[in-house]
Design a binder for this molecule. Structure first.
Ligand SMILES: [Zn+2]
Ligand SMILES: [Zn+2]
Length: 214
């Protein structure tokens, strides 16, 4: 007869010096980090793992962050800002089914993956035609708002100004607002019907901004 060094219980079977009950309390089936950071593509939901964009489910990504110590461990997730993790299985050398519950903070960052940014470079919902000149500060504030709104745009220099091809209508409005606040300008809006593959009618906004003075 031997004794569990934690609770003192008499037992035939000790595992690493513990009775089976204490052993199951002391050791974990899985180990999870306190926080998990994940970067996903805002367009296609791919997940960035290391430097690669992968077509994987968030469950699989989370699973890769977990260290498993037990045997036959089944893991189930409930995913929100806090991820609830339910694990069920057996510790090494134990026949007692163990259940565990863990919580992890999930920090999601949205980016546009390389594939999507290629695909969307020709894509735009708003065209802003600016006639007049912009300062580097203007471009900086536009870059900031584009970053905050997780959009994208490209600039084409044209005679007398610039054409901005902008990913979304709301972003187009924001950029117009920035320039309206700073400059005395004549602003005209129009719409152009564009037809996309899905057969849906989509309107593209066209905003002409003529900068009169600052
Ligand atoms: Zn014990
Ligand atoms: Zn993507």
């Amino acid at each position: 007869m031997r004794f569990c060094f934690l609770c003192g219980k008499k037992t035939e079977k000790l595992i690493k010096g513990y009775c089976e009950e204490c052993y199951n309390k002391k050791f974990q089936l899985i180990e999870v980090p306190k926080e998990i950071f994940v970067t996903t593509c805002s367009k296609c939901n791919k997940i960035k793992e290391g430097n690669k964009w992968k077509d994987m489910e968030i469950d699989e990504f989370l699973r890769n962050k977990i260290k498993i110590f037990g045997k036959n461990v089944k893991i189930r997730f409930e995913i929100n800002d806090i991820v609830k993790i339910y694990a069920k299985g057996f510790l090494e050398e134990s026949k007692k089914l163990k259940e565990e519950f863990h919580e992890v903070k999930l920090k999601i960052k949205k980016e546009v993956c390389s594939g999507c940014s290629r695909k969307f470079t020709d894509y735009y919902e708003t065209l802003i035609q600016i006639r007049g000149s912009l300062t580097n500060d203007d471009i900086d504030s536009i870059d900031d708002i584009v970053l905050i709104k997780k959009g994208f745009y490209r600039i084409k220099e044209v005679k007398g100004g610039y054409d901005f091809f902008i990913s979304s209508k709301s972003l187009g409005e924001k950029i117009t607002e920035i320039l309206r606040k700073k400059y005395k300008a004549e602003i005209k809006k129009s719409y152009k019907l564009v037809r996309r593959k899905q057969g849906k009618n989509i309107y593209r906004n066209i905003i002409s901004i003529r900068i009169l003075s600052d």
